[in-house]
Design a protein around this ligand. Structure first.
Ligand SMILES: [Mn+2]
Length: 416
């Protein structure tokens, strides 16, 4: 018996942060979430799976018209023709209260109730699937706590849209702990909501498959669904299957060994070729971050517009229509040997020695903190933030920044 577990389809969600420019693969980006779902259906049919579980956020929000739902329904029809059933529930993005329109789905579609936990028992396969959808966007109860006990002699699957005890950067919806999920006695937990693929537990399996298609530069790497094989009532294999049609990557380039702007362009080219290789034939949307103390710094800074265009041109030249530079961060520093600065017998050496002395002396740091306390108290609350900028560690870090900034400015020009 085989099934596919997917979540967070976010159908018709736009890909973000993509400006238009000459030679960029605009058309391939439109409809990427739909193309990823088509690949998912193809995977299910090709693998002859018995059913599919979708753990919430099928839609990005309310439908502007019926075309998104029509597309979803058409994909379900393809699965119906292949004899594949689909069990799905609503997450925070497509909660009952969020979606105002309604479209009747094909008869192979089974939606879990959003009012109480519901179980589908598949006697032909010896499988019981338990789940509950989101009635409203902000569900802050532990939904899993009320899920029914596992059914003896069946392969039990729990479907849940959840943050699992506050994962960083995700809304704290339907919180629960891995321990309580494991204690339930199910064989597999099909989770959704967190867009990064993660296996939280094995035997029983607790899995976030990640979303089907990365939509911005924080959703990097291969995206897809989880193919689960069950033999004699036990999980025999859990495999990630990419279905995305475009990959996101953050491409870091250290310009430390570059002497000229052209060297930097060559280094970026090599890094992009490598990143594109990792995409297995898909186009790449990349943020290029160029950093490091470099002798090319002055040349880059004297004409950033020229070098930005030179980098876009080389990205297009690697393979036309295959790479999109979402953003280029030119963040090099002048080539300065910071470690030797305090040996200098001039004003710069003196400045560096004084700054390092303050950073290394607890009394000086405390005095600095005291003198900044009044200033901090006068800041409006919304500007203060969570971290205290007058804490010792923060001040030592700030002094390091000050050294870098001042020395760079002072030595800029005589660095080459
Ligand atoms: Mn979600």
């Amino acid at each position: 018996m085989k099934f596919v577990h997917a979540a967070d389809l976010h159908l018709d969600s736009p890909l973000r942060g993509l400006e238009r420019y000459e030679g960029a693969p605009v058309d391939r980006l439109r409809g990427a979430t739909r193309a990823a779902m088509e690949n998912l259906v193809e995977l299910c049919v090709g693998e002859r799976v018995d059913f599919v579980v979708l753990a919430g956020d099928l839609y990005d929000g309310d439908w502007r018209d019926y075309s998104t739902a029509l597309f979803f329904a058409s994909q379900l029809s393809h699965l119906r023709q292949a004899g594949i059933r689909v069990y799905w529930l609503r997450g925070n993005h497509d909660a009952q209260s969020q979606i105002t329109k309604h479209l009747r789905l094909p008869e192979n579609s089974f939606e879990f109730s959003s009012r109480r936990p519901q179980s589908f028992v598949l006697d032909d396969l010896g499988v019981a699937i338990h789940g509950q959808g989101f009635a409203k966007r902000a569900v802050t109860d532990d939904l899993a706590a009320k899920y029914p006990a596992s059914i003896d002699g069946y392969f039990n699957i729990g479907v849940l849209h959840t943050c699992v005890s506050g994962r960083a950067g995700h809304e704290p919806y339907a919180p629960c702990s891995v321990e309580t999920l494991v204690a339930k006695g199910y064989d597999y937990w099909a989770l959704g909501h967190v867009h990064r693929r993660e296996v939280l537990h094995r035997d029983p399996w607790v899995v976030f498959p990640g979303n089907l298609q990365g939509r911005h530069v924080r959703e990097t790497g291969a995206k897809g669904a989880t193919l689960v094989t069950v033999e004699d009532g036990e999980v025999a294999d859990v495999a990630h299957q990419p279905v995305d049609v475009l990959r996101w990557a953050r491409v870091e380039v250290d310009a430390g060994s570059c002497v000229s702007g052209d060297d930097v362009v060559d280094a970026v080219r090599a890094a992009l070729e490598q990143a594109l290789d990792a995409c297995d034939g898909r186009p790449l949307a990349a943020r290029v971050a160029i950093s490091g103390g470099s002798r090319a710094h002055d040349q880059l800074q004297s004409n950033p517009a020229h070098w930005m265009s030179a980098l876009r041109a080389v990205a297009i030249d690697v393979e036309p229509e295959a790479i999109w530079l979402e953003r280029i961060e030119l963040a090099t520093d002048p080539a300065i040997d910071f470690s030797a600065l305090d040996q200098r017998d001039d004003a710069v050496g003196q400045l560096v020695r004084s700054l390092r002395e303050i950073a290394g002396d607890p009394d000086s740091i405390e005095a600095l903190s005291d003198s900044l306390a009044d200033l901090r108290a006068k800041l409006p609350a919304e500007l203060r933030g969570d971290d205290d900028p007058t804490a010792a560690a923060a001040l030592r870090e700030a002094i390091g920044d000050v050294e870098r900034l001042l020395v760079s400015r002072l030595l800029d020009g005589d660095s080459s």
